[in-house]
Design a protein around this ligand. Structure first.
Ligand code: HEM
Length: 123
């Protein structure tokens, strides 16, 4: 196997991770990035992971990685940071509880045809 193939082949863990994120039951609610940006503080905090919107207000103080780091992503996209920190499938599952809606299709990066396939990138 060439090095390039090895880099872009998702590990079994990776498949698990992506499938878990995909398993969220869809809502019909959409929130734009502009609207999400208003929810950026300790009392009212939303974030975006894989084009899905999460109200993490009740989770901030429970986050094992600390409240400050989560607040940094309040009101904006946390996908790269969330993945980059190597969260477990348990953490991905934990997200479900806070799921409130999706980005409108024109603002999505991942979940649209031809969108970025982050699952194929090295962890
Ligand atoms: C809102 C979505 C998030 C959820 C549900 C979440 C959940 C968790 C959970 C359950 C852990 C424990 C380890 C694990 O099971 O993976 C963890 C650890 C951690 N998280 Fe998050 N996290 C979120 C977002 C973030 C973001 C945006 C960052 C920014 C970089 C971050 C940084 C960290 C770090 C650094 C740790 C490691 C803490 C340690 O081992 O000392 N998390 N997170």
């Amino acid at each position: 196997m060439s090095t390039a193939t090895a880099i872009f082949t998702p590990s079994p863990h990776e498949f698990n991770y992506v499938n878990l994120v995909k398993s969220h039951e869809n809502t019909d609610v959409e929130f734009s990035l502009e609207e999400i940006a208003d929810h950026d503080n300790l009392m009212d905090c939303w974030t975006v992971i894989y084009d899905r919107v999460y109200d993490i207000t009740d989770f901030i103080k429970k986050h094992p990685g600390g409240a400050d780091i989560l607040l940094e992503y309040g009101g904006r996209d946390a996908t790269i940071a969330f993945r980059g920190t190597g969260h477990s499938s348990f953490a991905v599952k934990a997200l479900e509880k806070y799921y409130i809606g999706d980005l409108p299709i024109h603002q999505r990066l991942f979940r649209k045809q031809g969108g970025i396939v982050l699952s194929n990138m090295p962890a």
